[in-house]
Design a protein around this ligand. Sequence first.
Ligand code: PCA
Length: 198
Amino acid sequence: MKRLLITGFSPFGGDGINPAWQAVAALPETVGAWVLYKRELPATFRGAPRGMEEAIREVEPDAVLMIGLAAGRAAVTPERQGVNEKSARIPDNEGCQPQNEPVIPGRPGALYSTLPVEDMAEAIREIGVPAQVSESAGRFVCNALLYSTLHALEQAEAPVPAAFVHVPATPELAAGRDMPTLPLERIVAALRAAIEAI
Ligand code: PCA
């Protein structure tokens, strides 16, 4: 069977939970042809790429799928690209709040996801969960992790495809705040469908 490294993030921005990691943790150990290797990454500009590097070394995956929270979005959104810019609206969990800094100096403005993001979105819609490909993963830790992972995998000897999926808030996370939500089981089902499509 093939090895899928799948990551979620620790809580950030003052929240006590992160549905991205909760959904990854709730996935079964295998999905279709894939054995899942789950890792929780810190929601920090420094820690996330480091954790990813370590996980890639340990797992030697055939593909990498990163999951993050995009509170405010109503759909599950596979990201088409990561951009080479860090600009943070809020400090990360280490107090780091870069503005207009490159993720990797001297590299191109954008790197494209190398998994079939359109097929993933389609597969999610087919199980009745709203999904669409997103053109922007933001400028915070999630985008930086996507960009730095695509960059690192480009340098790898064998091609390892990777993509990032942002998920909406859950009712538990929203806790009365006015934002669109999706129940955790629907997010988990969407991730299963996305994995089956890669
Ligand atoms: N979402 C944030 C960082 C961690 C997470 O789950 C983001 O979209 O950048």
